[in-house]
Design a protein around this ligand. Structure first.
Ligand SMILES: [Cu+2]
Length: 197
């Protein structure tokens, strides 16, 4: 009611309001379309699920260039788009090579399924790594400070996390560009916490 009364003076009826809400990007899932315009990406930071894609649209001439060499649109101008699949977990910073300070990042979360009793099948990639990609997965038990390796440079997409010791564990994953020399790693995914009983 409050929203409606605020919008009413602008002439938005209930039907138009519902239509606007239905098409608004989800705040949780994040936008999968990013506008490159002026000297910024909008939204600059976004989160998308494993195996989804992100599309940039361009106003003026820009690039979307992964800081770790995961993608590079090269120069694109007004009206053009560039789409990149985001298959695996990590945080992927990128920039425009034309405008200094024009930066953004894509976060792709680690997934899990299972239970405290039977352990958690972690999924850090929608599919096994293609050539030139590998994954690192780390954990730490709550109350400890240092991360430990669960997988290093694996090309598998999933693994069962079921340590002998009970407790709450934090988990994170990243993607490595092994086609680069030397290797270049994405940032770490957002941390997830899972119980082991
Ligand atoms: Cu630019």
């Amino acid at each position: 009611m409050r929203i409606r009364s605020l919008l009413a003076p602008a002439g938005l009826g209930a039907a138009a309001l519902l239509a606007a809400l239905a098409t608004a990007p989800s705040a949780v899932g994040g936008a999968s379309t990013i506008l490159a315009s002026g000297t910024s990406f909008s939204p600059a930071n976004t989160s998308v699920g494993q195996g989804t894609s992100v599309t940039w649209s361009f106003q003026g001439t820009h690039t979307t260039t992964s800081d770790q060499g995961f993608w590079n649109s090269r120069s694109r101008s007004t009206g053009a788009t560039y789409t990149k699949g985001m298959p695996s977990a990590g945080r992927f910073p990128y920039h425009c090579t034309i405008h200094a300070g024009m930066n953004g990042s894509i976060a792709v979360p680690l997934k899990s399924s299972g239970s405290a009793a039977s352990g958690w099948t972690l999924r850090w990639s929608a599919s096994a790594a293609p050539a030139g990609r590998a994954f690192d997965v780390q954990f730490r038990r709550q109350g400890t400070t240092s991360w430990q390796s669960f997988r290093t440079n694996t090309t598998a997409a999933t693994g069962l996390f079921n340590p002998a010791r009970t407790g709450t564990y934090q988990l994170r994953a990243r993607t490595t560009n092994t086609a680069a020399s030397p290797d270049k790693e994405s940032g770490w995914s957002a941390v997830i916490s899972r119980q082991i009983s």
